[in-house]
Design a protein around this ligand. Structure first.
Ligand SMILES: *Cc1c(COP(=O)(O)O)cnc(C)c1O
Length: 432
């Protein structure tokens, strides 16, 4: 832990206050709506609303109110170009050029689009490689895409096994890259354990074997910097409502490496055409020469509007600095947990090395479900629970303070020492 020679006790509340005073990102907290007296550590599931996001949502509503159909081409944010504008703002977060990103669809529908586009079984190369720890929606999408091709997912979807139920070994993934694999889909950061995969290495290994590879960036975009273009990743997709604070059900995003710009979208629609041709209303598809080609229908303008304001904050704060704080505050969190909660049955289940972890702490406990309930109801702390035994805790660098983290550990200690969790069932709620 960072040691200040003037303060011998890095576990004190004063020390947390000192860290907050030194935090140059501390100024962004007032941008967010945070329930007073509550500590929100669930920005990895749904980011909080910022004043800036609220403002751009209201501006877009105003354009609708006052301009009607003309909002498509007029006003501060003409809707016809909004997906491209947001793409330009997102591109630095993923290390891409503006035209390689588009804001469209949802994580799952974008995955369907990408698999429909890039999965081209040929000869012996017919299988899709994924992993056994990925988010279920991704797996459902892959299974159904295989069925559309007449393939039995039980045989054609290869899921790399985890040795310990937490992590994936890059070597195991690479060994599974056989000459039967046509396409690889992996998460950048695993949603439970927070493991960050070596995207660059996996991409190079896939390409050395002639396999296309795409990544689900739901748990990394807005949390860590990426260099998708430099790493030569074929494609990626992610949601904007977690770390990017765009609101519940906010529109998703995708990245297409420019070398694939000519590829026909598997699922085509009129928003995938060149913008100057779209309103010619011809039946011939004039494909956009950008990632925009992979859009399908009319963008969900109201679900994209908050992202404008939110991405302004990311542009100002800078993703490298956000990552620095995230690594520091999570390390601080882990140090406090190990010291204050020792012997209470907790285990830190995320990787410890900075280059192997995302932004959340994965705290395992056999009573995790009811500890989460007690934290929320008795202590006004919002964590999230992932079955069967994980408490996810994410300090968000834009709005979580070091004092929040210090306080969380104290309250967690109270939940345990006073056995407050015993009042609750150890089962998950409908939405966990
Ligand atoms: C959040 C998340 C999703 C959600 O997909 P939606 O289509 O936005 O509902 C999918 N995959 C991963 C890995 C996620 O973390």
């Amino acid at each position: 832990m960072f040691q200040d020679p003037l303060d011998p006790n890095p576990y004190s509340q004063e020390y947390a206050q000192k860290l907050d005073e030194q935090d140059e990102l501390g100024c962004y907290r007032e941008q967010f709506y945070i329930k007073p007296d509550s500590i929100y550590l669930d920005g990895n599931s749904l980011g909080l609303l910022s004043k800036r996001a609220e403002k751009t949502l209201l501006e877009i509503l105003e354009a609708w109110k006052t301009q009607g159909i003309d909002g498509w081409t007029q006003g501060q944010y003409p809707w016809f170009y909004l997906a491209e504008k947001l793409a330009a703002m997102s591109a630095p977060l993923v290390g891409a050029s503006e035209d390689e990103v588009i804001v469209t669809g949802s994580t799952t529908t974008n995955l369907h689009q990408l698999v429909a586009t890039f999965y081209k079984p040929q000869g012996n190369r017919t299988k899709i490689l994924a992993d056994e720890l990925n988010f279920p929606s991704d797996i459902y999408a892959l299974q159904s895409q295989l069925k559309l091709h007449g393939y039995d997912p039980a045989k054609y979807l290869v899921q790399v096994k985890s040795r310990d139920g937490r992590f994936l070994q890059e070597e195991d993934i690479i060994s599974a890259m056989t000459d039967e694999i046509a396409l690889i889909i992996l998460p950048t950061v695993l949603y439970r354990s927070g493991q960050l995969l070596d995207i660059k290495r996996l991409t190079a290994e896939a390409h050395a074997r002639g396999i296309l590879i795409g990544f689900d960036g739901c748990h990394s975009v807005g949390s860590i910097p990426h260099s998708f273009s430099e790493w030569d990743v074929d494609f990626a997709f992610w949601c904007n409502y977690k770390y990017l604070n765009s609101g519940p059900g906010g529109t998703g995003s995708l990245y297409i490496n420019r070398k694939h710009f000519g590829t026909s979208p598997g699922l085509a629609g009129w928003f995938g055409t060149r913008k100057d041709k779209q309103f010619d209303m011809e039946h011939q598809f004039h494909q956009a020469e950008t990632a925009g080609a992979f859009q399908i229908g009319t963008p969900n303008i109201l679900s994209m509007a908050p992202l404008i304001g939110s991405l302004e904050l990311f542009t100002e704060a800078n993703i490298e600095k956000l990552r620095q704080k995230s690594l520091h505050i999570t390390q601080y969190f882990m140090d406090l947990i190990e010291r204050e909660l020792d012997g209470m049955g907790f285990m830190i289940g995320n990787p410890r090395e900075d280059e192997r972890r995302g932004g959340h702490i994965s705290l395992e406990h056999r009573d995790a479900a009811r500890i989460c309930k007690a934290l929320k109801e008795e202590q006004h702390i919002v964590p999230d629970f992932r079955a069967p035994n994980i408490i996810r805790l994410e300090p968000i660098p834009l709005y979580t303070t070091y004092c929040d983290v210090w306080e969380t550990v104290q309250r967690l200690k109270t939940v345990m020492t006073e056995k407050q969790y015993e009042k609750f069932d150890n089962t998950r709620d409908v939405v966990a």
